[in-house]
Design a protein around this ligand. Structure first.
Ligand code: NAD
Length: 429
């Protein structure tokens, strides 16, 4: 372990280009202003409780070695253990992980799951590494951060570039160090290893759930409505599937290699088979090729960004023609774009609400692991739907009461809950 920083003492400095963290802090500032909180509350909530940066020496399959950098940021513990995904991407930065950890705190509070927020990241392009190399990276990273994680401390889950395999390796490494199997240390595990039924599709189910409610809010019938989905990974793929199953025409999808379109609506099951066979949506028979950026500007009823941060920004917001945007990704919309969408009357269902299905079912997985008692898929799905419904209604009621867009209303609700927990617990010492 190279450094452990108690960020209560050493406040992180915003590095140049750290726009995602600046965006997350701007959203927090709006919420604390609406709530009338003073500067000290903002400072406390803008600052992660604990951060660790580790170096990960990796022996490559060809015998050479290299050193990777990994982070784990625990933003808040006031409502329970920290919780958040682990990202493998060449673009990972500490500031990005800080922003994502903060959003996790708001998401958990908004959905009323008893967690704080965390996030992890390793700067690596998983496409350039074999499974054996990824296993070694995961085990070394887990070993380095193991003093900080655990079912009562911090519970990682999959995010960009990681999956149930990664969570199995993490759980195994941690368990070997503890000397006994600790299923509750990660969520998003394989079903045969204490994973929950419904976890793999939970984020996308929640996205679809919120999308249907948002379309209804705008008086748009789901059956026959058009949708574009950016990103065809763990979130985008199943989101596209559930939208199509509900009768929507998914007219365009993309991944990091390119975008495709078919105005009659893509055959999503056939597209999934194509992606399984080729690794990309590009080249799907019968579809037209499209520029990835153009997907975001299509005239559709629903746009689901489900890839990376900052894709809807000051540069393209005025050209976005979707009626409703439901954020599958974390942080896809910058505050500048939010302002444009508000002016242009585009309804934005924010990430901390729209993609919260994943953490809700992660919570169910953690509960099942700790009780060693497993629920049926129907139980998981109906409990998820009930929680998403409540959160959607709470956020809409707050938006009306406070005359705010949904993002600000959602952040206000979440920040209020976290601040209240801080207040009730008091400041130690
Ligand atoms: P993933 O790695 O499974 O998939 C990411 C997808 O985005 C891939 O298809 C990739 O090709 C594509 N992509 C990357 N850059 C792109 C670009 N510039 N344009 C178009 N496509 C691009 O990751 P994921 O788990 O699906 O996560 C996607 C987003 O959803 C992230 O913001 C993540 O934080 C968020 N999220 C994920 C979960 C979850 O349960 N996995 C939960 C909540 C939020």
């Amino acid at each position: 372990m190279t450094a452990v920083v108690d960020a209560q003492v050493t406040a992180p400095v915003i590095a140049p280009g750290a726009s995602v963290l600046a965006d997350a802090r701007a959203q927090l500032r709006t919420a604390t202003d609406v709530l009338g909180f003073d500067r000290s509350v903002f400072d406390m909530l803008a600052t992660p409780r604990r951060e660790v940066t580790v170096s990960i020496p990796l022996r490559r399959d060809d015998g050479t070695s290299e050193v990777l950098i990994g982070h784990r940021v625990q933003h808040n513990f006031s409502r329970g253990p920290a919780k958040g995904g682990l990202r493998y991407s060449p673009d990972v930065t500490l500031d990005e992980v800080r922003a994502l950890a903060m959003w996790m705190t708001w998401k958990c509070a908004l959905l009323d799951v008893p967690y704080g927020g965390a996030k992890g990241g390793v700067r690596i392009d998983p496409r350039d590494h074999s499974q054996a190399e990824l296993e070694r990276v995961t085990r070394r990273y887990t070993s380095e951060i193991s003093p900080l994680i655990g079912p009562e401390r911090d519970i990682p889950a999959p995010d960009i570039g990681t999956d149930e395999r990664t969570m199995a390796w993490m759980m195994d490494t941690y368990s070997v160090q503890q000397g006994h199997t600790v299923l509750g240390v990660t969520t998003g595990k394989p079903i045969s290893l204490g994973g929950s039924l419904g976890r793999a599709t939970a984020t996308s189910r929640g996205v679809a759930h919120v999308a249907f409610a948002a379309l209804a809010d705008r008086g748009i019938k789901v059956d026959g409505a058009t949708a574009a989905v950016q990103g065809f990974g763990k979130v985008g793929r199943y989101a596209a599937r559930f939208l199509a199953e509900a009768g929507m025409k998914v007219v365009s999808v993309s991944d990091q290699y390119g975008a495709i379109a078919d105005e009659r609506g893509l055959d999503v099951p056939a597209l999934e088979a194509h992606v399984d066979a080729t690794g990309s949506v590009v080249g799907f028979p019968g579809s037209d090729e499209l520029d990835g950026a153009a997907l975001l500007e299509l005239e559709v009823d629903l746009l689901v960004p489900a890839a990376v941060e900052g894709v809807l920004n000051g540069g393209n917001a005025e050209r976005v023609k979707a009626k409703v945007i439901v954020e599958g990704a974390n942080g896809p919309t910058t505050p500048e774009a939010d302002e444009v969408f508000r002016r242009n009357d585009i309804l934005v269902a924010p990430d901390i609400l729209a993609n919260a299905g994943g953490v809700v079912v992660s919570y169910f997985e953690w509960v099942q692991s700790s009780q060693a008692f497993w629920w049926s898929a129907d139980e998981v799905e109906s409990r998820l739907a009930a929680r998403m419904d409540i959160a959607w209604r709470d956020v809409n009621a707050a938006a009306r009461r406070l005359d705010l867009p949904l993002r600000d209303a959602a952040t206000v609700l979440a920040v209020e809950r976290v601040a209240q927990a801080h207040l009730l617990r008091g400041l130690y010492p």
